[in-house]
Design a protein around this ligand. Sequence first.
Ligand code: AMP
Ligand code: MG
Length: 420
Amino acid sequence: MRGRTLHDHESGEGLVSVEDARDRVLSRIEPLPPLELPLTDALGCVAVEDITARDDMPSFASSAMDGFAVRASDVAHASPDAPVEMKVVGKAMIGLRPDVTVGMGEAVAIATGAPIPAGADCIVPVENTESPDEDRVRVSEAVAQGRHVRPRGEDAREGDVLVPAGKRLGAPELGLLANAGVPHPLVRPRPRVIVLSTGDELIAPTDEPAFGQVHDSNAYTLFGALREAGATPVLAGIVRDDPEALKETIASYEIQADAFVSSGGVSVGERDVVKAAFAGRGDVEFTRVAMQPGMPQGFGFVEGKPFFGLPGNPVSVFVSFEVFVRPAILKMMGRTSIGRPTIEATLTDEIRGPRGKVQYARVEVGRGDDGWVATPTGGRGSNLISTVSRANGLAVIPVGTDVTPAGARVRVMIFRSTED
Ligand code: AMP
Ligand code: MG
């Protein structure tokens, strides 16, 4: 990756800044082509065009009460002492067009939700009436015009924008679109992201490790992170540290992939399989980014699809996902706000880190007496996934700081609810 080079005062290495590395990734990511998806699949997806009402909603005026549809002028003087007697000329039922008209002095029995018969302009609730027999009703209260009538078009008018382009469909939008008779809105689909774990030492979580073997945890961290970001993760399993095996696995998933994410094998060791497979060839660049954890990163295009080669350490995987992959996935889904919300919090304990890199320190954020408080969840080690599990945020310690003392105010990216 090209970009401004920083000089790390701890190591003296030339590193690419986080901003440049992220810009470089995002500048090459395009939103996925839109698809008409059934509502249940479109949940969480972004509308590509304004979705408008094809008719008034609701499309007919209906009763909000069980009672009688009448003309307000007929009952204008009704009271308990002087009830007005009306002739019952029929019944309006839900789901059916009324076959009667309400004339002067007439009433039609009506159920909640039933269409208002022609001629009526208000509903007398049943509790304000008395029926001496089937053909007569006595109204004991005056009712104003329009009372207890749900008018046609009250929710939306034909042509109104129901969901503007760019809006993400949530539960209310699903209901709104179903109501509007739009069962297949045009949205950006969820990217299918192929997850690969590289390493000869890895075994599945279901297997019992022999000495030196490690359960593949990164695939599951990435599965969860991708799912939570709105993507559809596909676990492609463990790939041995053999560049040909890696290329074969990737090729076998190409047809269903919108992107690939691998973990491990991007440093400089002889077993660094992702680097061995792609460095100096094709369109994947390997970069040292001024961040901790997550310094070595690979990014580019493989089989024409975005490829993220994340480092193998479990915490690096999580942080790299937050910094590079998640914003890219959201951009593919057409989301315009692609960053995590951040807050400012008071640090409870000192954090130490390298002066030449942005440090992403795992913290648990909670409410203190004076606003947000961030407690480091421990360990600088980038292999301690428990430190992420105890956290709900990443404190972002900028370049140029090695010791951040207790009591300092820090900016924290919140990656899950502080209530969880
Ligand atoms: P690497 O970047 O491949 O050198 O891996 C760095 C460290 O992360 C090593 O200790 C690996 O064992 C560990 N690691 C790599 N991949 C995984 C994985 N999928 N699950 C858990 N640990 C891993
Ligand atoms: Mg490895």
